[in-house]
Design a protein around this ligand. Sequence first.
Ligand SMILES: Cc1cc2nc3c(=O)[nH]c(=O)nc-3n(C[C@H](O)[C@H](O)[C@H](O)COP(=O)(O)OP(=O)(O)OC[C@H]3O[C@@H](n4cnc5c(N)ncnc54)[C@H](O)[C@@H]3O)c2cc1C
Length: 481
Amino acid sequence: MTPAPQGPKGGGMIAAPPADVLDRLKSALGPGGWSEDPDRLAPKLVEWRDRWHGATPLLALPASTEAVAAVIAICAAAGVAVTPQGGNTGLVGGQIPQGEILLSTERLRAVRDIDRLDDVMVAEAGVTLSAAHDAALGAGRRFPLDLASEGSATIGGLISTNAGGTAVLRHGTMRALVLGLEAVLPDGSIWNGLKRLRKDNTGYDLKQLLIGAEGTLGVVTAAALKLAPILASRAVALVAVESPGQAIDLLIAAKEATGGEVEAFELISRLGLDLAVRHLPGLRDPLAARTPWAVLIEIASARIGAAETALETLLADALERGLIVDAAIAQSGDQARAFWALREGQSAAQKPEGPAWKHDVSVPISAIATFLETATAALAARFPGVRIDAFGHVGDGNIHFDVLGPAGGDGAAHAAGRDEGARLVHDLVASLSGSISAEHGLGSMKTAEAEHYKSPVEVAALRAVRRALDPGRIMNPRVLF
Ligand SMILES: Cc1cc2nc3c(=O)[nH]c(=O)nc-3n(C[C@H](O)[C@H](O)[C@H](O)COP(=O)(O)OP(=O)(O)OC[C@H]3O[C@@H](n4cnc5c(N)ncnc54)[C@H](O)[C@@H]3O)c2cc1C
């Protein structure tokens, strides 16, 4: 469970492939299609928080689906392992190779098509999320997946981790946003499943198997993505509430009042708000009331002015009914961005406080209040003085339950309790029928922990699927079951 640095820092390296395999790969990829240059490789071998360090004998840089297929076919025939990498923003270490061939999608950057009639964009795996946003906007549409790593995270990585983000409440995770896929399977064959259908009820769904597979069932090379209408109005407020229970009551009221136009509903703890104001330049808390919790709510509508009216009516009604204590509605785009910065800056604001135990968990929405109350009490009893910074996509039941050490305490001593704390939190999550990884995946960090909680029947079935598609276990062998 502890994300100990791996590879040169931590061991577990895969043996180097034979030289003739490397020669065949280089000749299949051609000039500019591969690299062994340490400076070129370096940023791809370290995870952005410096938690995982890796190594690779060769960086493969295929520029077409056919070139990806050639690489995988050579590796499959020789039993050589491959790790795909997109933007290297993954949070569980799955993209950092430990001796495998590193296959980067950075040259698969084309938006192949945007169709306004089908409301579909076909984008290659290496297109970044912000480039996909721009392309959709340019065609008068929106790709409704929003997360803070959008400048680097790629379509292939987002699909392979089934990414979520702040708009899942309304639009779903990548599972709901992908209509079709093109992929290279672990034997090197190309599957063209780039359909644009909203309905396709023809048995097992291969694309859903590849979504969230973290690179273990093949390389995603392109996807047909669902587009949404451009928004004509957005309204954002920060709302003071006394408890997570009150936040959930407000969520229910917001869903009922807006007819599905709640774009985001994020919980922030008092500690989280205070840390953001203390450590992040230029941020301030716009709320007069210092309640234990706050909610960031965004209403968005395709109708001009509708979001502002809906949010104002909702909050006035909630105040009158005693559902909320206080609210600040953003009066400009800049103010809305400043409110969002309080939420999105949560991880950065924790850093100066020392190491944090991070838990990316989900429980049914009805169990959020119980989870927060019980987990907080159990940790306080076992680890006196720890500080809980819980925040996240509460509208999806997804809480980032982060545990900081006592203020001014010994960071190393706090870090030592991480595994025991995680077991305590995850046991509670399991007892509430939740998940120990709501949106970041398992990677090399959480696979063993997930196996602990999944039933042996499920794990055996998942292994059988993997064996059937990748009998040599060449695709991302350190990741998943
Ligand atoms: C600041 C920040 C905020 C974030 N917020 C969120 C959030 O709100 N919600 C969320 O869900 N995630 C979030 N993430 C996590 C991360 O951005 C996502 O996991 C993202 O989907 C990874 O995309 P990537 O291109 O960087 O993939 P990488 O990190 O390169 O790879 C991730 C995994 O996918 C595999 N992979 C990559 N490309 C392919 C491909 N083409 N075919 C097959 N396998 C592939 C890799 O082998 C690896 O296992 C955040 C990360 C950061 C740094």
